[in-house]
Design a protein around this ligand. Sequence first.
Ligand code: GLY
Length: 368
Amino acid sequence: MADTYNEAFSRAGAKFLRGAALASETGLIPYKSEEGRWIPSPYDGNSWWTGGFWPGLMWQFYAADRDGRWLKEARRAGALLTAEFRTFRFLNHDVGFIYLLSAGADWKLTGDEQARQDCLHAASLLMGRFNPAGFIRAWNGPDQAGLAIIDCMMNLSLLFWASRQTGDPRFAQVARIHADTTLREFLRPDGSVSHIIEFDPETGKRVRELPGQGYALGSSWSRGQAWGLYGFTLANINTGDARYLEAAEKIAANFIRHIRPDGLTDCDFAQPADEERIDNIAGAVAACGLMELEKLTGKAAYREAALRLVDGLLASCDWSEARCGLLTKCTASYHDDGAGRHTNITYGDYFLMEALAKLRGSDPMLWR
Ligand code: GLY
């Protein structure tokens, strides 16, 4: 069985080497692929939250075989991302996603000092978003000063990393305050999590839950569930705090209950039964989180669930040369098709490769 995953990783590598040459020729950072073309992110240029996944994908392959072609393409994209420090106005809490998988990965795999400095720069930007009333501000809009979102649990890893690098506890302290707020305000009794909570930015008091990228207010957007699952798992890895592990296991139990018989993941666990809307990215993120949970707890059920997801994802791949990317049926948001619905999206490919890398033992664990 391990051979199947190893083989899928190698086959994907051959496909992404061709894709890397094409991306480099066009000079863009791939966001998704359609009809043999890479398409850049639909919003905010290279500052959009997804910019790090393409270099992250390159670093996953570099970690596996040290082929310099991956390094070259990862650094080409990485340079476009560090150039966004100057643009600044579009960067938000997702600097964790962006720079852990680009500059952070470069430092981790090559020891490049400038890459370490770039990653610390990103961590300082994330610190600058902390509201001492108890949360990290997600977005930049004039009406968004009080908004925090579940996705931020993944970004916290950048802060834990920065504390270890600098010996300065403030980064990790802020990450823990935000994680505690998320634990208190986002986790529901059934193990599902909210996507967006609005706080009063002066007092930190909860104002309300807002509908996000899922089906409806109060529903369970599956990618948000996956961010919570993997994010709390990482928070436990970073701190050893048992409350975060307990939260991750609760979210995992709910996620596992909702895996479809074909191993795919609905876009929202509360979506109408007659609507066929899949988000394979959620399944790929959850598979990664579940494999880390298995390592932490020794519970085989997490690995079994992860394998069900990975098998469903591999059956959803487009291996043809007609398309640059691999994983299909990725859906950015339940109601807004502008960023992609049932198509290939690069961050789905990233998490699928991370999952395969975990299975074959080459994952460099870029989230810490
Ligand atoms: N972090 C935004 C998303 O998952 O779409």
